[in-house]
Design a protein. Structure first.
Length: 124
């Protein structure tokens, strides 16, 4: 029991209570979350429910900056493939982290960003 006092606990928000699309939409209406595209429109993403994630507003800004870096690299002809991989924990509908990568034609990362959102996905 004493040793539990020294364990690092994730800081920040907890979205373990959001377990469905309906919960996420409700949280977005209240301002707790914001809908974003997994693949942004500027990189060819389409407006489709399968291309939507729900994240806190601060994470949406971080993703926008990462996607802007990918777009700049794409404009320079350096990007052959874009990947945004949400990582989940438990049965929460909100990912704990996003891994964003832009790869060249040889499969090398041109841009690579990991965005921690909550839970064990948070960077410490």
């Amino acid at each position: 029991m004493l040793f539990n006092l020294f364990k690092r606990r994730p800081q920040g928000p907890d979205f373990s209570d959001i377990k469905s699309l309906e919960d996420a939409r409700t949280a977005a209406k209240s301002g707790r979350l914001r809908a974003i595209f997994i693949v942004p429109q500027l990189l060819g993403g389409v407006e489709n429910p399968a291309n939507v994630l729900y994240v806190p507003d601060s994470v949406a800004g971080l993703k926008d900056r990462a996607d802007d870096a990918v777009f700049a690299a794409a404009q320079a002809g350096k990007v052959a493939r874009y990947e945004c991989t949400p990582q989940y924990e438990g049965d929460s509908f909100v990912p704990v982290a996003l891994q964003i990568e832009a790869l060249d034609s040889a499969g090398n990362a041109v841009v690579s960003h990991r965005i921690g959102i909550w839970g064990t996905g948070r960077e410490e």
